[in-house]
Design a protein around this ligand. Sequence first.
Ligand code: ACO
Length: 429
Amino acid sequence: MSDSATLRFNNKETQLPVLTGSEGERGINIEKLRSQTGLITYDDGFGNTGSCASAITFIDGERGILRYRGYPIEELAEKSSFIEVAWLLIHGELPTEAQLRGFSGLLTEFQVLHEDMKYHFEGFPPNAHPMAILSSMINASGCYVRELTGPYDPRKFERHSARLISQVRTIAAFAYRKSRGLPIIYPKPEYKYTANFLHMMFSMPYADLDLDAAAVEALDQIFLLHADHEQNCSTSTVRMVASSRANLFASTAAGVCALWGPLHGGANQAVLEMLEKIRAAGDDGSRFIEAAKSGDGSHRLMGFGHRVYKNYDPRARIIRERCEAVLARIHRSDPLLDIAKKLEETALKDDYFLQRKLYPNVDFYSGIIMRALNIPVEMFTVMFAIGRMPGWIANFREVMDDPKGKIYRPRQIYTGSTERHYIPLGERK
Ligand code: ACO
């Protein structure tokens, strides 16, 4: 197999080295392309561009494979927890007992926000979107860590990353309470990560939430399944900002903004809205499937299809399996689950979906679980952000630890006006 590719342009041949990843994927290294040929590459949407080399997450979209640091997502979902996976992503190995204990200790140490942060929360209008609050408050909470403003210090990284993972959950819960005009509930050190989050979301000053182990486990799984997904839009944003040497809190706050968009983190909300519409129309899903095949985009089957997965999204398979179990264990049934199952069953037998390799993605069932846990729809993307935080942090670290440490600065094909000259205001037509 050749380890270089030949580019022929203007009768000149240029050899470009071919890199091979640890799972055999190959990419043409074009680092010297411009200096040797004067050309740049053009790849609208970056569908063919490897923006970095990374050792964190592996996806094979054709075969429906997702692994964190080499471990299959199915094994982690069955045997691990969100916090253990967070450590794995950030540090590259599963933690020892002592490391996990130390990490949990840091999460507890940092779970309470600086009391002055309350004033920041008070500054938001009553119906502020929780994602706006989340991104602003992550940046604000970074202001309380003085050493963050100095150069990146790997010795402090463990504390900073634990602080961020712990506080994003506190901020998220406070953002929800604020958006509903509810009193803020402080975390409890005796609760583990996900239980503490549910407590801060749903307890009242006069009555603690009766924590249901099944609900805690289900939400922990949702966080774990969202913990990383290689170079998606928000992770690429985090890496881009980090490459300028911005601090961890600023870089991940930018990631929250990128995740907010409906084409990225907002799809789980769209799935639920679609299922509600189908139910309200008295459809069992079959009419909607026919409309989704029209191709005009007005009735896309939300939660189906993925830019990378051309097979069943492995996270969707896990969530689907858990969905019914969770609803049964927390003694709920949901007619939307029946509609979702019917949609899936019909779509997976239909040539339109089979030919285009459209399978359920992670969002197809996750909204149903979150709805069962009473998580309001406007918080769905926030749940995604809490889950994705370890992945963002791991990617931030990879950028900072890269000895080449280059700022990310793509080029462009300029299509605007060629040179022209300023016309004074009075002479313009
Ligand atoms: N329902 C119906 N048809 C679809 C769907 C769908 N959900 N998704 C793709 N198609 C069709 C397109 O109409 C197109 O058909 P054509 O070849 O006849 O023109 C073909 O499948 C390819 O579609 P593209 O949009 O080119 O595929 P792309 O890879 O760019 O898009 C995307 C992937 C955006 C996820 C798309 O499948 C989609 O819109 N799905 C619904 C939204 C969704 O669930 N997003 C969540 C993604 S997962 C995540 O972000 C965490």
